[in-house]
Design a binder for this molecule. Sequence first.
Ligand code: PDD
Length: 290
Amino acid sequence: MTANIAHFNGELMPLDRIHISPLDRGFIFGDGVYEVIPVYQGVPLRGREHFERLQRSLDEIQLPNPHGVDEWMALVAALLAHHPGDQSVYIQVTRGVPPKRDHVIPKGLAPTVFMMCQPLSTPSREAVENGVACVTAPDFRWEKCHIKSTSLLGNVLARQVSVEAGATETILIRGGFVTEASSSNVFVVKDGVVAAPPRDHLILLGITYDLVTRLAGEGKVRLEIRPIAEAQLRAADEIWLSSSTKEVLAVTTLDGKPVGTGKPGPVFRRMHALYQEYKRKLAAGRTVAA
Ligand code: PDD
C-alpha cells in the first residue's frame, strides 16, 4: 500500500511517521483550531474562505497564524498532489509544545501544524433522495461556538445522542431557539421561505451556510436570517442540514415524526441543484477556485 502522505510542521511525510508530544496543548487542553475543506477533482471549494475563518478562529484564541492565506493554499496544493480526486482536507493548528502543563497561555511557542486528506464521502444518492433522520437535544456546549475549536467534546456528546437513536444528526436547541447541529448548520423552510439562524457566537458560521445563502440570492430563493424558535422547527415544511461534507441534505424525520410530507421538499431540491451546479462549474474551472 502506498503511504498516506500528510503535512506536519512544514513537511510532507507518511501519516504513520508523525509523532506529536503528549505535552502538545492540543492534546492536553484541546487548545487549537481546525478547518475541513472539501475538494472536488483537485479543486478546493471556497478554500480562501476556509482560511479566512481559520484566521478568525486563531484571532479569537490569541494564536498567531503561522501562514498567510496564499501560503496555506500552496501547502494544501502540495498535499493534494498526493491525493487526487474528491478529498476532504483536515487542517489543525494547536498552540504547540510547552515545557510543562500550565493553563496560562505560553508566549513565543511555535504552533503545531497538521494537515491530512481523507477521501470525501458526500451523502449517498439514497440520503439525497429520501432525506435523513434527526433528533433534537439541548445545546449544552459553551458560548463560543463561532470558534472552530478542536475542543469538540460537547459536539461529540451531542452527536452521540443521534447515534444512539439511529439518526444522522442532532439538532441543538438553546433557550428555545435552534442553534445548529453537532457538526452542521440547520435551515428551515416555511411557505417557500428559507430561514437560517443568526450569524452569532452560538453557531459555527459554516462556509456551506454562507454558500447556501449566496446561492439562494442568485437563484431567487427567498431566504431570511433570523432566530428560529423550536416550535417553528417542529412546524417546518422542510429542514436542511449543511456542511462541507454533507453539502445540503434534507431532514425528513425529526424526533421520529415526519417533516412536512416526509420527503425532501421542492425548495431543498432547488437548493441541491444549485449546489451541484456550483460544484460542476468549480471542477470545470468556471468558478473562482476559492
Ligand atoms: N464540521 N457547525 C458545526 C458545529 C460544524 O462542526 C460544522 C462543520 C458546521 C458546518 O461548517 P462548514 O459548512 O464550514 O463545513 C457547522 C466539519 C465538517 C467537521 O467538523 O468535520
